[in-house]
Ligand binder design. Structure first.
Ligand code: TRP
Length: 442
């Protein structure tokens, strides 16, 4: 018997793609994409976004998948095994980013669960702004929901790759899609929905400034779960016979489709009731409940919407925890059970200051509460740096190995290999450096 236990693998290719899509499709798609699209010129922005997803996003995603599949290890171990030197630091930044992002992601995940229930218990009759304010300042309740959300996340990671992540993503992702389609049909058939569609999609090229470009790139990066070794970790469970470029393409496509479609729920609904669209948490937890409250059968629509958000958040949260857990399993030789529960619990604890900050019980730092600061550190610093080094690593330092990996040792053609290589070498690093520098504005 070998002393290394066989690494678990995805059961099917489709299971792998749904798991990656589950990671990618998250709060970023549903509450952030529609909003920044509306802000930056509608269809014109969508066009830029799609180009960036397929030029930069696809490039980095395939680079991560190749590193993961080649090494069959977590984000840190992958760099250690392939090159060593200082490279494992890139993996380290990724594991740290996963830890930080999940800490506040778990808090918002808890809100989504609470709001499914609240849809039926008076949210529709209340003033949504006041309801949200009194909810988030009720610290014990918010922590209880956060704990519940983290518990579900940990449980799925504890169950492993096939019986955990893959099994649940195979159920949850198609459900998400069905719920999304139902909500779109409802939203676009509301009287007055046309104004929302026009706001969302009418191309306005005058709004396509440098700022719009940076926003699109940053959004693409976060939305595709890039820069922290998430796709390295998921890629490490892919068998050697699978082909990677097609998988990367499909994940990019699914993520973009869901982001685009989410806007077809939000804007028609908001405009049909003559409400100004807001941003982020406000749009999702205040504006939309107000809108649902005015609709016949609002409870049902509200509950469905928050189920959608919950599912999107959960399948992303598990990918964040898996990055951290895989590190402790491979490198520290922890059991999966221990890694999932112990690290999940530590991440839950780090989320508590975010809860307190939103409740106004902690001082802010230059106008940012704890949650925003954690998000800034992870999304604006760790992720772009991670992505930058991943692209440079594949483009310049592991060129031949990466070529073998994406072509399965030359046995499968990858027509745009040269383009991809130069995207890794030059285009992606320049673009990412640009997001990094513009994103440093505190
Ligand atoms: N992509 C997810 C979203 O859109 C968030 C996410 C999950 C993520 N895993 C990640 C972001 C890894 C960056 C890196 O909400």
């Amino acid at each position: 018997m070998s002393n290394e236990t066989q690494r678990e693998q995805w059961g099917t290719r489709w299971g792998y793609i749904l798991a990656c899509a589950g990671s990618a499709v998250g709060l970023g798609n549903i509450w952030r994409f529609p909003y920044i699209t509306g802000l930056h010129g509608g269809a014109a922005f969508v066009l830029i976004y799609v180009i960036l997803v397929f030029v930069i996003g696809f490039t980095v995603m395939l680079a991560e998948m190749a590193i993961g599949r080649n090494s069959q290890l977590n984000a840190v171990g992958a760099f250690r095994k392939i090159k060593g030197g200082a490279w494992p630091i890139v993996g380290w930044m990724g594991v740290t980013a996963g830890f930080i992002i999940l800490s506040y992601y778990g808090v918002i995940g808890g809100w989504t669960m609470a709001y499914v229930l609240k849809s039926f218990t008076g949210l529709m009759q209340a003033d949504a702004g006041e309801a949200f304010g009194s909810f988030v300042t009720n610290v014990p309740i918010v922590i209880a929901w956060q704990a519940f959300f983290m518990f579900v996340t940990i449980y799925i990671i504890y169950k492993g790759i096939g019986e955990g992540i893959e099994k649940y993503c195979r159920i949850l992702m198609p459900s998400l899609f069905v719920v999304l389609l139902i909500l779109i049909v409802r939203a676009v058939t509301l009287p007055g929905a046309g104004a929302g569609i026009a706001y969302y999609l009418k191309p306005d090229f005058s709004k396509l400034t440098g700022g719009a470009f940076g926003a699109a790139l940053g959004q693409a990066f976060f939305s595709l779960s890039l820069g922290m070794g998430c796709m390295i970790t998921y890629g490490s469970y892919v068998g050697k016979k699978e082909t990677l470029p097609g998988a990367a393409f499909q994940v990019c496509f699914l993520d973009t489709a869901v982001a685009f479609l989410a806007g077809l729920v939000i804007f028609p609904a908001v405009f049909a009731f003559g409400i100004e669209p807001g941003a982020g948490a406000g749009l999702t937890f205040i504006t939309l409940p107000n809108v649902f409250g005015k609709m016949p059968g609002g409870m049902i629509w509200s509950a469905l919407f928050f189920v959608l958000l919950f599912v999107a958040a959960l399948t992303s949260a598990i990918s964040l925890l898996e990055v951290v857990a895989a590190y402790f399993i491979d490198e520290m030789k922890w059991s999966r059970t221990k890694a999932a529960w112990v690290m999940g619990f530590c991440i839950f604890l780090l989320g508590i200051p975010s809860v307190l900050g939103v409740a106004g019980k902690l001082p802010t730092l230059a106008g940012r509460d704890f949650l925003d600061s954690a998000d800034f550190l992870a999304s604006n610093i760790l992720l772009p740096l991670g992505g930058l080094f991943i692209a440079l690593f594949v483009g310049w330092f592991w060129t031949e190995g990466a070529k073998q990996e994406v072509t399965n040792d030359g046995t499968v053609p990858f027509g745009i290999y040269t383009l991809w290589l130069w995207a890794c070498r030059v285009v992606a690093p320049i673009a990412i450096a640009y997001i990094f520098i513009t994103g440093l504005k505190w």
